[in-house]
Write a protein of this length. Structure first.
Length: 268
């Protein structure tokens, strides 16, 4: 039975992906930041005959991310999938630029630094599987390339600018992960989560940034397909590769080095 960790699995697209993966026979590791919500998803999957375990962590805290990675690695020395789905918008929906206790702009911390660090922590377990898949959600809304030298957006902050920058960083980091580590043992891909449901799902994030779209998260299948379907076996480095910033290896390496500095991530 394949084992897959889904971050942000207690609502929206992550919740849909968790249920779809469980239905496909995966042992789903359900991540969320609220224990009661995590337990509810685990019990709901079990009630349908699926297998799930819960993990609680605040992904805005790199300390919490490290604990999450360590706990998952200890419990699952061989891991088949990591779906970095969790994301935030507008300073955790406060409407302000929020800085975490560790000094990082909130959207950057949750959307970029957390998946970067978590992937590093779990890479040995993923390699041990020999056929693992890693997906980091990006977006067609990626942008703010001029802010790559100011990831914390100390100047010119807006909610959309922070989100767009974070999604550009995610696509660039997936391309660099593929270039450095992609292959038969571990595949790295990205996708636009809103493409999963046509015009988009009516999630908390989409409502905050773009208003209600009215789509259903129940149709959110692309991320779970990328994690589970045979058609995706061995495919790596897909998603937004034509963007000039994503294709720029020097720019990607600079971003990588800055993420290492901000997280202390060690890739081996």
């Amino acid at each position: 039975m394949p084992t897959t960790l889904v971050t942000g699995a207690t609502s929206g697209l992550g919740l849909a992906a968790a249920h779809h993966l469980a239905a496909k026979g995966h042992h789903v590791l359900v991540h969320g930041r609220t224990p009661a919500k995590v337990d509810a998803v685990v019990h709901a999957i079990a009630a349908k005959g699926g297998h799930a375990d819960g993990y609680v962590a605040d992904l805005s805290s790199m300390s919490d991310v490290r604990k999450l990675g360590d706990n998952v690695a200890k419990g699952h020395p061989s891991l088949d999938g990591l779906l970095n789905n969790a994301g935030s918008f507008d300073g955790d929906y406060t409407g302000e630029r929020v800085v975490t206790a560790e000094g990082n702009e909130y959207t950057l911390a949750v959307n970029v630094l957390a998946p970067f660090l978590l992937t590093a922590l779990l890479l040995p377990s993923l390699r041990a599987s020999g056929r693992a898949r890693v997906v980091i959600s990006s977006s067609v809304s990626m942008g703010a390339a001029d802010a790559l030298g100011d990831l914390q957006l100390r100047r010119g902050y807006s909610a959309h600018r922070a989100y767009s920058l974070s999604k550009l960083c995610d696509a660039m980091l997936v391309a660099e992960l593929h270039a450095r580590y992609g292959g038969e043992a571990v595949a790295f891909n990205t996708m636009d989560p809103t493409s999963q449901v046509g015009l988009g799902a009516d999630t908390k994030m989409l409502r905050a940034g773009w208003g209600s779209w009215g789509g259903s998260c129940d149709e959110a299948t692309i991320s779970s397909e990328m994690m589970a379907d045979e058609a995706w076996a061995g495919r790596s480095g897909e998603g937004f590769a034509t963007r000039k910033e994503v294709a720029d290896s020097l720019l990607r390496r600079r971003l990588w080095d800055e993420c290492v500095r901000l997280t202390g991530a060690i890739y081996e």
